[in-house]
Design a protein around this ligand. Structure first.
Ligand code: GDP
Length: 309
């Protein structure tokens, strides 16, 4: 929780300077104050819809009334929680870092990871592998981003450090064959989880669909039910701009969850809320730094508390 709080510090600063001064105890809430408040919320990249809902709650409850600061924050936090919990799909145990993942009932769990180059995909895979190995899981990595030699090298370095096996193929090889081999290796060595990296080039929608579709088909042949998770990594610092790109990937990959990297580098941490609203898939993990342990399970309660505590 402390790491999350630290990561959200810049976002908190925005809220504190732009917003908190508006709501001093004893002040009567009027429309200009609500408008100012909404501007502050939008500055954090929370999005128009979420900030409208929050402002509407406040308007209903407090317009023309003297405000009690704690009550105001309580109202804001409640609305954010409702948005972030979505359709009740975030009911995981915040004390168990693996609980957001759907693990296979028998045989290896397959986690497919996609995202545009530079968003923090490779680092997030390494961090996830660390979480899994720390919980006693045997992990195989499959370096499926065969178009970038640097990505393969970087993943190989992480695999060495973590002591996990890695499957690689020469540059330009078919990503689906790397994915297949990763699954095969996991089955034959009795590994618990295989994490498959995928190409992060910006591609046409159709290419992307074809490539990911093929990966889905071949790994499903080797391990029925695979992939069990399909995670999309997003860069929190790209804010609202990253979202449209993200939804393209999300459709093509049939994503089951998001990893929001680089939350520590941004004053626009409200993007988590916008993502939840616009994408309809839950944020499962957040990256809060460059180190291998800097991946936190995303908990709406912790997020809201960290933002407003
Ligand atoms: P990829 O191209 O998507 O595989 O991205 P990388 O994993 O290589 O990451 C790109 C850069 O972002 C690297 O310098 C990482 O150290 C950095 N990075 C990744 N995740 C985080 C994070 O959660 N916080 C911070 N501050 N930096 C991160």
């Amino acid at each position: 929780f402390d790491k999350l709080k630290g990561a959200l510090q810049k976002t908190k600063d925005v809220l504190r300077t732009d917003v908190r001064d508006l709501f001093k105890a004893g002040v009567i809430l009027d429309e200009p104050k609500l408008e100012e408040f909404q501007k502050g919320l939008i500055t954090t990249d929370m999005g128009v819809s979420a900030s409208n809902q929050i402002v509407e709650d406040l308007r209903k409850k407090y317009l023309g009334r003297t405000m009690v600061l704690d009550e105001v924050w309580g109202t804001v936090k409640e609305r954010l929680r409702i948005i972030l919990v979505g359709k009740g799909d975030v009911a995981w145990d915040s004390k168990n870092p693996l609980s957001p993942l759907k693990l296979a009932e028998s045989g290896p769990t397959v986690i497919l990871v996609c995202g545009v180059n530079g968003v923090g995909k490779t680092t997030s895979i390494a961090k996830l592998a660390k979480l899994l190995t720390k919980s006693g899981k045997k992990v195989v990595l499959a370096a499926g981003d065969t178009f970038r030699a640097a990505a393969v090298e970087q993943l190989t370095m992480w695999a060495k450090r973590l002591g996990c096996e890695i499957v690689t193929k020469p540059s330009g090889s078919d990503p689906a064959s790397v994915a297949f081999e990763g699954c095969d290796r996991a089955v034959t060595t009795g590994a618990d989880v295989v994490i498959i990296d995928t190409a992060g080039r910006l591609q046409t929608h159709q290419n992307l669909m074809q490539e990911l579709g093929k990966i889905h088909r071949v790994i499903g042949k080797r391990i029925p039910g695979a992939p069990h998770e399909s995670l999309l990594v997003l860069d929190a610092t790209t804010g609202q701009n990253g979202l449209s790109q993200a939804s393209k990937f999300s459709d093509a990959a049939n994503c089951t969850g998001l990893v929001l990297a680089k939350l520590d580098g941004t004053a626009k941490g409200g993007i988590v809320v916008a993502i939840r609203e616009q994408m309809g898939i839950p944020v499962k993990y957040v990256g809060v730094g460059e180190q291998i342990d800097d991946l936190e399970l995303f908990s709406p309660d912790d997020f809201v508390d960290a933002l407003f505590s």
